[in-house]
Design a protein around this ligand. Sequence first.
Ligand code: ATP
Ligand code: MG
Length: 667
Amino acid sequence: MNLDHLNPPQRAAVKYLDGPCLVLAGAGSGKTRVITQKIAYLITAAQMDARNIAAITFTNKAAREMNERVGTLLPPDKLRGLTVSTFHSLGMRILREEARHLGYKPQFSILDSGDQWKIISDILTTTDKQLIRSTISRISMLKSDRVSPDKAMLSADSEGELHLAKLYRQYQDTLQAYQAVDFDDLIRLPVDLFAQFEEVRAKWQQRLRYLLIDEYQDTNNTQYELLKQLTGSSGKFTAVGDDDQSIYAWRGANVENLALLKTDFPSLEIIKLEQNYRSVARILKCANAVISNNPKLFEKTLWSDLGIGDPIQVIEAKSEEAEAEMVAMNMLNHKFLNNTKFSDYAVLYRGNHQARIIETQLREHRIPYVMAGGQSFFDRAEIKDVLSYLRLIANEDDDPAFIRAITTPKRGVGNVTLERLGAYANQRQISLFTAAFEEGFIHQVQPQQYEALHTFCEFINRMQPRAQREDAGSVLVDLLQAIDYETWLYDSDDPKPAEAKWKNVQDFVGWVKKHGEEKGKNLIEVTQTIALITMLEGRDEEEVDAVRMSTLHASKGLEYPHVFLIGCEEDILPHANSIESGMVEEERRLMYVGITRAQRSLTISYCGKRRRAGEWQIVEPSRFLRELPPDEIRVIGRLAPDKGQNQVTKTEGRATLAGLMNKLGSM
Ligand code: ATP
Ligand code: MG
């Protein structure tokens, strides 16, 4: 195999097969490229069967991109059976096949965050958002640290911890009753399974003989455990990562896992890469300077030979609106002067709430854009309605889906009946669907109500064998017709939104058809896949010529020629919560991730004041801006008023904007 388009250490990493291998290197140094090339190398030079190789990435998008890249290296017949997936979808696959060992049926449901919210708020009997949010995240932390409810009970050493353990227990019992799992369970349950059933583990070790893991720095303890279980003592894996890009501690990621690898696998071969192939030198200097303010786990240096590049622009805008306008104007101007495409630009931000104003401005200037990491297509009400039917057909014990489906469209089952059903099911510890058929319950309701309830349940029962047998798309089309969802949409909404919603449903049908055909999945498998997509990042937009808008978190691993990094202010980046809880280092890594997405140009901006709770407040530029090397940046606005060396006067800033307006006017 030709490895010419790799540098020597990359080549060494690809060819190293004697034991566990870790590629530890900074952003843009070709870590992901090592993984794709190594997959091809394993299949061609090492003659492994693609079925025995699994590459694990962090997001669905990354998995898709990796599949594409490998697809350009090898013909499809060589790649048949190759696993390229996220930890969660690998977990889902294992769980689907082995569910019975854990008392689940293979058609288990995967709860979305809305369902999870509802369950926790019911258990807590509260609507206090803060309390619900913190309970969910504390349970999630326990799960990602592999603490079972029993273990949490035993190890609780305060009232508070005991209380949390009890909530966790109740929550888990509810999930089991629904035959449902949450996101964290997709990793935790396979790990428990492998720990309990040696023969099951051996089977999967036989199947997945070589693992490749991208973005290793963001694995949590459970994911690491899964990796260890799968590779066993053979240690046949290649992990690539960058400790400076660890940005998921808040979700339980543990960057110490990098160091642990060396302890757990003493023969670990560590390979470092230093040449960056992504960014011009100035961008790299900025990235290196910022991250050098963090204590080092591993020493790394990065250089590139892509030229020096233009100075990084650091721009102060008067307000959020002015910032958004600046982004739109600068982008149009830059595009005009450089004859670029819209898809060469990305706008990155710390939090989703920052996107709205940018969207407004982009729309106003007729700049097409697509958003990543925002509200998912699958999160729309109309899609969730339809999904609730699919979930229920897959798993009739899925109570959240039951409630949604039976009330959308309304089918003559009143709230009183549903409440009685709920109480009965709760008392008997069975699902709503099962309860609906029990004698004890039937006597409690009016015959008419009972009739309506049964018609519904029987409809679901009738669909079930079809969902197993027939292709996903046609079952879905029939389903929509049977429930007459279109009419319901028009009856319950104004024509315009109804029309848009129905179009979304049609798009969804198209997606299901395509996905079912491509992957040969039946409706149940498609349904489980959707749950995963929803939880991870939302549907990927088609490749169109449009500006990319993304949160910093969702931009990991990606690259764009020209990047606008907005809202670089104290309390946003670094985020106020992180400042309070002493997590500024993680925020700095986030800044580093943002800077290193840029290939050729980078514009960083912040506002002088911002509206908070209806009041204008003066805001401070981010401390990270002061860490940028003065020689590599061009500041427009106030950055270091006390020193003043980088300062350009306000009039100059305005003049630049005015000049721009002029140019645009003559376009
Ligand atoms: P990140 O840390 O952001 O995930 P990475 O280390 O995974 O970055 P890649 O995305 O693999 O880096 O590579 C960055 C860019 O450099 C890509 O466009 C890739 O195609 C290119 N690249 C990587 N290695 C080489 C090489 N040896 N020669 C030329 N281009 C390369
Ligand atoms: Mg990468």
